[in-house]
Design a protein around this ligand. Sequence first.
Ligand code: OGA
Ligand code: MN
Length: 386
Amino acid sequence: MSYVSAAGQVERGPHSVGNATEERPRKRAKTDDGPSAFEKPPDWMKNFYKRYQKFNKYALEAKLDLVECDSKSSSFSRHLVKACEGQIPEELKKLKQTFSEFLGWCTDCGDVDWKKCEHPEWATPPVYLIHDMPGLSIYPNLLPQNVQIALLDRLLHRDLSNPEHQTNVHTHYEVPYPPPAPGTNGPGSFFDASAKDLVYKPKQSHAAINTERLLDKKLRWITLGGQYDWTAKEYPAGPPPPFPNDIKTLLEKIFPMKAEAAIVNFYSPGETLSMHRDVSEECAQPLVSVSLGCEAVFVCGRGAEDATASETRISPIKLRSGDALLMSGESRYAWHGVPKVLPETCPEWLQDWPAVGKNEERFAAYKGWMKRKRVNLNVRQMFADE
Ligand code: OGA
Ligand code: MN
């Protein structure tokens, strides 16, 4: 095992007060000794974030401290990035089977055409660790193309159509649901033509919106499993809706955690997620984050108010479609945010989603929706293991 790039100092910002945009209410105060959700990130961190918010993709190319891992790279940036060779978790060796099951393919009957996966590194998907951020693992290009497409299909055609899953839109609008998909008794998709004329009536003094506006602009998050209550600032007591079983199985076969609650975030280029810590879960089990669509810069920092303190570190990391992050150990409660979603970076094979493959005609009206989106599936374990 060796470090694959030279050591270097990370950038630190000046000390003026940040003004990052807040897209969604954040978390409850902990009653125990854990970190408080009401604490603010140190100013130097907010400033680092703000600087990345202003970069365009050309400026980013010149940023030597940006951590860019891909499944073939051997050098990255000024950060110490350690390939986790020889330590590849056992779970990663069974990916082929895990993905087959997720796709509903039969692994025994010999009809699986693996060429379709176009995954560059089937046998040993790489995992990288950043020296400055203990516990943070990067899995570049972990999900093959067909798994990324199937994941989007299930999140947006199935899970968004389940009224038990709250969205940010439910706070302000009465949300009508699409009729069953033609020829099925399953729920229809908001992307179906039959959902086109649904009207979302405002609860307060907003104007009503239609489905196109819902999908293109208004939808910022969906919660799966444990439905975090942003007003009471906690997960409600009582059983949550079941976490979508196929996604739960996929994640739990790859990562050392239980998928119990998730936030699915939607970003258009220009939209951000300000620096925060995810401290509302009752345990510090690892958190998994999967990126789909446009590329983003993810910033993760730790350390004190004083930027010169020796333990102070911050890492900007480029996240691409199919990448996964595992935040465990010290990094689980690290400050983090998304200052930048890069326009024109959605992989070509994904740009036409949802009008791809067998859905080309059914969702023709939304062809190209994904070209302007980044979707992040952010999954947590709520309770400690028994
Ligand atoms: C979150 C989060 C990061 C991302 O949802 O809490 O940190 O990459 N998301 O979108
Ligand atoms: Mn987070």
